[in-house]
Design a protein around this ligand. Structure first.
Ligand code: PAF
Length: 282
């Protein structure tokens, strides 16, 4: 497995693969890979001839007071995991390689990015759309893989690909959880022991919400109230949002009569964590 650091070298490698007729898969990540990423990479390796894992902590998707500097990084560990999964290349550019001096082009989106995480992170999806489009142009993947934990991100990327006629198939992969239910996240590493226990309110609210829907509830308000009440019992938890939205548009709904996303974002101490469940068929 190779580690490639420049756009030019990455392009040259892709050119060789395309000439051979290989199918290329891309797994975009910010590194510090865990079992969630591993499941994406393994699936990409099953479905493609060559897989690129990009490891890039993208500065443009962090707000001014967010955790860009402290975001965990461990390329050696990431390389071992990618190799073991069968990836062909890690693409690991520097910020200057991706955003050279004078850089001024961004990809932005209305509507879908203004709800949920977009409310507390107003520039986040502009950064995500920009870096993901750049990665698509550089790697030219046939398929690209994203986790369903970032459900709004997945919806935004699918919309961007459709609106901008990008020739790549987007694959969403299920949330991977710790044995006790907490969704895997590189940010879990910020949690103290006490916070780690408190963080379980996210998955508890998700599981209880799912059960309520499975038992036939059709009111989005009742669902939100149940999930909120579980999170509010935990003194270390501060709710950013608990919302139920249309799965395609990310707009809030009141009746559970179409495919929807029930999503939570919660601060546990200083760490902001997200979790969700989706219902595709109603
Ligand atoms: O989900 C992530 O890790 C990031 O938002 C992504 C898609 C790699 C873009 O930087």
């Amino acid at each position: 497995m190779k580690i490639i650091e420049t756009v030019g070298d990455m392009r040259a490698q892709v050119k060789v693969w395309k000439k051979e007729g290989y199918r290329v898969g891309l797994v975009p990540t910010m590194g510090y890979l865990h079992e969630g990423h591993q499941s994406l990479i393994k699936r990409a390796c099953r479905e493609n001839d060559k897989v690129v894992v990009s490891v890039f902590v993208n500065p443009t998707q962090f707000g001014p007071n967010e955790d860009l500097e402290s975001y965990p990084r461990d390329l050696e560990h990431d390389a071992a995991l990618c190799q073991q999964c069968g990836a062909a290349v890690i693409f690991h550019p520097t910020p200057a390689e991706m955003y050279p001096e004078g850089y001024c082009t961004f990809v932005d989106m209305d509507i879908l990015t203004k709800e949920l995480c977009g409310l507390s992170r107003p520039t986040h999806f502009r950064g995500v759309c920009t870096v993901v489009s750049k990665l698509f142009h550089i790697v030219q993947p046939d398929m690209a893989y994203f986790g369903e934990k970032d459900a709004q991100q997945l919806a935004v990327i699918k919309r961007m690909v459709s609106d901008l006629n990008m020739d790549v198939q987007i694959v969403g992969c299920p949330i991977v959880r710790e044995a006790d239910g907490l969704a895997k996240s590189s940010r879990n590493t910020y949690l103290s022991l006490e916070e780690r226990k408190a963080a379980l309110v996210l998955s508890k609210s998700i599981f209880a919400g799912k059960k309520m829907v499975e038992s036939g509830e059709k009111s989005a308000d009742k669902l939100v109230n149940l999930m909120k009440s579980i999170i509010e019992k935990e003194p270390l938890a501060k709710i950013d949002y608990v919302k139920v939205v249309d799965l395609m548009t990310m707009q809030q709904i009141t009746v559970l009569d179409r495919p929807f996303l029930a999503a939570v974002a919660v601060y546990i101490g200083k760490t902001r964590l997200i979790d969700n469940f989706m219902v595709q068929e109603v």
